[in-house]
Design a binder for this molecule. Structure first.
Ligand SMILES: C[S@@+](CC[C@H](N)C(=O)[O-])C[C@H]1O[C@@H](n2cnc3c(N)ncnc32)[C@H](O)[C@@H]1O
Length: 257
């Protein structure tokens, strides 16, 4: 019996067909040196223009038909590998590029953030995801958890008409850069991320209560923190900006009322 191969839709195969968008992505990648890693190469819409930069390029793709076809079209400095992006570790110092398959956006972002190798990432995601990840109109828990180490910038909107087949929604172009000078030490990452999770998921109606009950801040410290930054009882964790997350985390560790 033939082995089942997932169809184009199941694999999130919405290929980029817009020259200007492809050029913008290549331009963002060209601003840094080092190896390039592409997650989800598909038919090479990005792989081939990226390969013209002449840098070592590793392209990972799960669809064996696409891997075979693309392998025939690239030069010796490009490796096309069949693999799962959720298990792939980008090489140290690399720039990671991906027009992410829609159905894997969140796990792929999580996997990317937990991988230590890459230094920048240029990503295409659904528009709403891109806005949220960049903290536009409020930060998500994942954004806040990685903010001290990774800067995320929304580089623009990509119309649905730039893809084939055409998806239901527009996309966004995201640039993630690992900070050269992080706002917290690497050794604090686990504790900081647990603190942010505690505040986001903590019981309470507004930030002050959530800082106390979810983040463990003494009552007086939580109140003074909110007063100092003009946070009202209706302020939510998503309204807190990077510098104040770091400050609240430091306060949670001093634990003086
Ligand atoms: C949105 S398409 C992008 C294709 C191409 N890079 C482009 O921009 O036109 C996503 C690609 O990821 C591939 N893909 C889906 N799931 C994958 C996985 N778990 N690991 C590797 N590639 C995957 C799909 O087969 C598809 O080629």
């Amino acid at each position: 019996m033939p082995r089942h191969l997932p169809g184009a839709h199941e694999l999130g195969q919405n290929f980029l067909r817009d020259r200007r968008t492809i050029d913008r992505i290549v331009d963002l990648v060209a601003r840094a040196d080092g190896d390039i890693v592409e997650w989800g190469a598909g038919d090479g819409a990005l792989t081939l223009p990226l390969s013209a930069l002449g840098r070592p390029l590793e392209a990972v793709e799960i669809d064996p038909r696409a891997v075979r076809a693309l392998t025939r079209r690239v030069g010796a400095h490009v490796t096309v590998r069949r693999g799962d992006i959720l298990r792939h570790a980008p090489t140290p110092g690399s720039t990671l590029v991906s027009n992410l398959p829609y159905h894997l956006t969140t796990p792929a972002l999580r996997h990317l953030l937990r991988s230590d190798g890459w230094s920048r990432a240029v990503l295409v995601t659904q528009w709403e995801v891109a806005r949220k990840r960049a903290g536009v109109g409020g930060a998500t828990m994942m954004t806040a958890q990685w903010w001290p180490w990774v800067e995320t910038t929304l580089e623009g909107r990509i119309p649905a008409s730039a893809f084939r087949p055409r998806p239901a929604v527009d996309s966004g172009l995201l640039l993630l850069e690992r900070r050269r000078e992080p706002h917290l030490a690497r050794r604090d990452r686990r504790a900081y991320q647990q603190f942010v999770r505690g505040v986001f998921t903590g019981p309470g109606r507004g930030l002050e209560q959530m800082l106390r009950r979810g983040g463990g801040l003494p009552a007086g410290a939580a109140r003074r923190f909110c007063d100092r930054h003009g946070y009202s009882p209706r302020t939510l964790p998503r309204d807190v900006v990077l510098a104040q997350w770091v400050e609240a985390f430091e306060l949670s560790r001093t634990r003086t009322g």
